[in-house]
Design a protein around this ligand. Structure first.
Ligand SMILES: Cc1cc2nc3c(=O)[nH]c(=O)nc-3n(C[C@H](O)[C@H](O)[C@H](O)COP(=O)(O)O)c2cc1C
Length: 390
């Protein structure tokens, strides 16, 4: 089974991931991984950290002459900021009070993490709970995208709203998924209509001046996914559940919908489902996609569409402070920090693409085998023909 573990602190020397179960004979490159890493670092409204870091991957195992070996792949991304934190984040030696955090920030893992793991210095918690961890998710996701793209599966995302600023849903319908993606790649806020960037940016600037932060909604999709990934046979084999877990696991994501999601609850059955059609050349297909490509916990051959809601970034600027209590003295104080993203919805969308890529790559390998990619690819092609001719 394809799996990965990642490790690393936000200001530690490096972030690493070990990917296991990735097949042999896939042509991979650090350039492709770096391209995805740079996409995660973009987005208007990011804080100072993203200006310090320029994430680049080092592949330490599992690849030889650009081809995967079927053995574990180790990916490492060094934290440039580490130079400024060597004594604070030292692995050995005497502890320091420098940059100690005794003031838990509401909306973060700080308070509960400190109590649960038994630390007063909450830096021990936030260093790992930080969304800097998603860097390695994107690196792993890039490997998964390489594999999926080789069999024609395309993954993308675009932002639908940031705070109260929304993309026009009727205008959105006039664009294909690929057009939405291509436009979003040109937008500083990842919206499918970059001509509206200025409006979004001014709004983000206004909120920044007020010391506020913003969340938003984005959509992730996968095209050309073969029918029949996932299963209805057991609760933990249902692919809708696996996708929801993977996307919900991203820091600050508080809602995940598949297809028309929550809005289906407000309509009637006749308007909620997708009629089935058949044509000799195409096999079975749908004209609508309210189910978002998933029925009975399995892909149905239509685009997978996942929407996620991100809460506003919990670290606020000085002017507006959430209330908290010092973990040692129990004195109340205003939880405020200077350096933080105002919003990271565009970056979260890129992370969600990576999580969807990982889940789908795992399902593909589960169904079609997992050692030699050249054999697996042939099986996928044969299966696609079988489905068309069924
Ligand atoms: C890409 C990305 C960047 C983020 N940047 C920040 C940030 O700069 N400051 C901050 O306070 N939270 C940031 N967050 C959100 C926090 O990591 C998250 O809210 C916190 O770890 C608590 O987890 P929870 O919201 O899932 O409960 C970011 C999240 C993502 C996905």
């Amino acid at each position: 089974m394809l799996r990965f573990l990642n490790a690393g602190e936000s200001h530690g020397p490096a972030l690493t991931a070990i990917v296991e179960g990735y097949p042999s004979n896939v042509k991979v490159s650090s350039d492709r991984i770096n391209y995805e890493l740079s996409r995660r670092q973009k987005g208007y409204g990011r804080g100072g950290r993203m200006k310090i870091e320029k994430d680049t991957v080092e592949i330490l195992s599992g690849v030889r002459f650009g081809i995967t070996l079927g053995s574990p792949i180790t990916l490492m991304i060094r934290n440039k900021d580490w130079e400024n934190w060597i004594d604070i984040m030292a692995v050995e030696g005497e502890p320091t009070d420098k940059r100690q955090i005794l003031e838990p920030r509401p909306g973060h893992a700080d308070l509960v993490g400190g109590i649960k793991y038994g630390f007063y210095d909450l830096r021990n918690v936030l260093e790992r709970a930080s969304a800097r961890e998603t860097t390695t998710r994107v690196a792993v996701g890039a490997l998964c995208k390489i594999l999926l793209e080789d069999v024609g599966i395309k993954i993308g995302s675009y932002v639908l709203s940031i705070g109260e600023k929304k993309v026009d849903p009727d205008k959105l319908k006039s664009l294909t998924f690929e057009e939405r993606f291509e436009n979003a790649e040109k937008s500083e806020v990842r919206i499918p209509f970059p001509e509206n960037d200025q409006e979004f940016k001014e709004y983000i600037d206004r909120m920044k001046e007020e010391g506020e932060s913003l969340g938003g909604v984005f959509e992730v999709y996968a095209l050309n996914v073969p029918m029949g990934l996932g299963s209805y046979s057991q609760w933990d084999k249902r692919l809708d559940g696996k996708i929801a877990q993977a996307v919900m696991s991203i820091q600050a994501i508080k809602g995940v919908e598949i297809g028309d999601g929550f809005s289906l609850a407000y309509t009637t059955g006749y308007n909620a489902h997708d009629d089935i059609f058949w044509e000799k050349e195409r096999g079975f297909y749908r004209k609508t996609n309210r189910a978002g490509g998933l029925e009975g916990g399995m892909t149905n051959g239509e685009p997978i569409v996942v929407r996620a809601a991100m809460k506003p970034i919990p670290t606020l600027m000085r002017q507006k402070s959430l209330k908290s209590v010092n973990i040692k003295t129990k004195e109340p104080f205003d939880a405020a920090k200077e350096r933080s993203d105002i919003t990271a919805v565009p970056a979260a969308a890129v992370v969600a693409e990576s999580m969807l890529a990982f889940v789908l790559a795992r399902e593909i390998l589960e169904k079609f085998g997992n050692d030699n990619w050249l054999e697996i690819k042939e099986r996928i092609e044969k299966y696609r023909q079988y489905v068309r001719e069924f």
